[in-house]
Design a protein around this ligand. Structure first.
Ligand SMILES: [Zn+2]
Length: 294
């Protein structure tokens, strides 16, 4: 609500108190990097917005595509290209589609935490802790995974979440939009937070290629998307920085989107300076440099 009291409550300081991202070399021979990551929401992408979608079977089928076709196709593509990626999976998706979740793990990819019901972690939301705990519980019980990485469902964050993730042992997060290099979060009490692997809307395929009654958006053709993806990558390489992909099997697992992604990944692999890696590997590299800066 817009009133003078709420306006007076806006702090007169940057929302993110983290120090500037340190500039450090990427592992030789690389001079830039790409965090290759996917968000596996399945039907929880829809029920997380409105639980009554559970009864809207065509809306749900957008998410169901992920387990039936999208994820297997993406795994096949990554296997053919010899790439390892990080998959942030909601707890609900692991419960509802255990075979899909197991296939991701079996293919050698990293599994990260992405909430349970894909609820947006809004400030003061009563479900923040429950979403985290249920997500950890199911990843451990179903997959034997203790995740190092966390990406916020629907890309929102709050101070409570930032502190809670550290208490739960999360090493890195990947949701903020405020840098092109990894950096270390700072909690409200000044203690160190997680390592952030920042993202950009440029590589969120949902914004470029998925449309639905409840998420109506324009669909961009291959030429437009490749132009965005290549320009963002090439300039980032010139900066010696990193890009992070935020790809969804219900979008990029569709035939024409997969064709486009294949072309982009083949281009990325043709760049000899580009380190394509999981979040775990990039965060470990950051931590190593942080411990003994050169
Ligand atoms: Zn998601």
């Amino acid at each position: 609500m817009l009133d003078s009291k709420s306006l007076a409550g806006i702090p007169l300081r940057p929302a993110n108190a983290a120090a500037p991202a340190p500039v450090f070399p990427w592992p030789a021979p690389y001079t830039s990097s790409m965090f290759l990551s996917f968000d596996v929401d399945a039907e929880s992408a829809w029920t997380g917005k409105d639980p009554s979608h559970a009864e809207r079977l065509v809306t749900m089928s957008f998410g169901g595509f992920e387990a039936r076709v999208g994820t297997p196709k993406l795994l096949e593509l990554l296997d053919r290209l010899g790439l390892r990626a990080t998959f942030f999976i909601t707890g609900w998706s692991v419960e509802a589609h255990p075979a899909m979740a197991e296939s991701i793990l079996r293919a050698g990819h990293e599994v990260g935490h992405h909430g349970y019901h894909h609820l947006l972690p809004d400030p003061h939301d009563p479900f923040i802790e429950e979403e985290l705990e249920r997500g950890f519980e199911v990843l451990k019980r179903r997959l034997g995974v203790v995740p190092k990485g966390y990406r916020a469902p629907s890309g929102e964050f709050c101070e409570q979440l930032r502190a809670s993730l550290v208490r739960h042992g999360i090493v890195y997060t990947s949701s903020f939009r405020d840098d092109v290099r990894p950096y270390r979060h700072v909690l409200a009490d000044g203690e160190p937070g997680t390592i952030e692997l920042p993202i950009t809307a440029s590589y969120d395929d949902w914004l470029l290629g998925l449309t639905n009654r409840f998420s109506p958006r324009p669909i961009f053709p291959r030429e437009h998307v490749l132009s965005i993806w290549k320009d963002e990558l090439d300039e980032t390489r010139d900066w010696g920085a990193m890009v992070t992909t935020v790809l969804h099997p219900q979008c990029s697992g569709r035939p024409m989107r997969l064709r486009l992604l294949r072309e982009f990944l083949q281009y990325a692999q043709s760049c000899p300076d580009l380190w394509i890696a999981t979040g775990e590997a990039i965060a470990a590299h950051f931590a190593e440099h942080e411990a003994s800066p050169r």
